[in-house]
Design a protein around this ligand. Structure first.
Ligand SMILES: Cc1cc2nc3c(=O)[nH]c(=O)nc-3n(C[C@H](O)[C@H](O)[C@H](O)COP(=O)(O)O)c2cc1C
Length: 247
């Protein structure tokens, strides 16, 4: 006889907790009619093209103007990110928006210190070589120049109102989707961003910004307008045939 397969559960149950099957969101949550935006299909076609054209102009920029961004814009782009879907509607994200010059300087100090070590010894030589076309190094003037830095934190779990630990299912992909919404909103409103992932900075930036230990820094996005001298590498994107398979 074949041995029985033993399945290991993802997110194991806390069987010792007498209330462990109470859902984090009320089981009585009403289901209401969904009111879709009604558009004729020729509009859908046009809008799909328009949106592609807008998004295809997005570029990562590494030199920023210091022109401030109205708070309302920052509120709206973060609200947009917060509309993203998430595993079991756990909304496992915190967006820390830094405009205070001395906090931006402190962030820059930490990132430059860590990046100096990253480039010198933590990253493989192949990695450093692959970054050469982007002309990046450990100096990050954009962290003080950009009018806002948005630090995207991923909540690995949280705490319910009743004090129980709340599991955040699929928190990594949920935060990645929200970050995509944020980048799309930044592009749509006419600003630019630098998608950056400062290696080894999580604990120091989390402490600086007084974020709790259930949160992990995923992205650091300087946001603003590009400096008038900004250049970008002339990279090519894969074409549709390379990225799409129709079955
Ligand atoms: C997950 C991720 C991490 C990245 N990290 C960095 C980074 O630390 N520093 C940087 O200058 N660019 C970073 N980039 C930007 C990429 O280099 C850039 O997206 C890529 O070269 C394509 O250019 P484009 O964004 O202009 O299309 C990152 C992008 C992504 C998606």
């Amino acid at each position: 006889m074949e041995p029985a397969t033993i399945y290991e559960r993802e997110y194991p149950d806390d069987d010792d907790d007498p209330d462990f099957l109470i859902p984090a969101i009320s089981e009585d949550t009403p289901h209401i009619p969904y009111k879709p935006l009604k558009r004729p299909m020729n509009d859908v076609v046009q809008r799909s093209l328009d949106y592609y054209e807008l998004m295809s102009k997005r570029r990562t920029v590494r030199k920023f103007s210091t022109e401030p961004i109205p708070q309302e814009v920052l509120d709206n782009i973060v609200k947009t990110a917060g509309t993203a879907p998430s595993g079991a509607h756990t909304e496992p994200w915190t967006f820390v928006v830094v405009q205070d010059p001395s906090t931006k300087e402190a962030i820059r100090g930490i990132v430059e210190e860590e990046e100096e070590q990253n480039y010198a010894r933590r990253m493989s030589r192949q990695w450093v070589t692959d970054l050469k076309p982007f002309a990046t190094n450990h100096k990050k003037p954009y962290l003080s120049d950009a009018p806002a830095l948005i630090l995207v934190f991923r909540q690995m779990y949280s705490w319910r109102a009743d004090g129980k630990k709340r599991m955040h299912y699929y928190n990594e992909i949920s935060v990645a989707i929200a970050a995509g919404f944020l980048l799309a909103a930044i592009q749509y409103c006419g600003l630019v961003a630098l998608t950056s992932t400062p290696l080894n900075c999580n604990a120091r930036l989390r402490d600086l910004l007084s974020r709790p230990t259930n949160e992990r820094l995923e992205l650091l996005l300087p946001v603003g307008k590009p400096h008038e001298d900004t250049t970008v590498p002339d990279i090519k994107r894969k074409n549709l045939e390379e990225i799409m398979i129709n079955v």
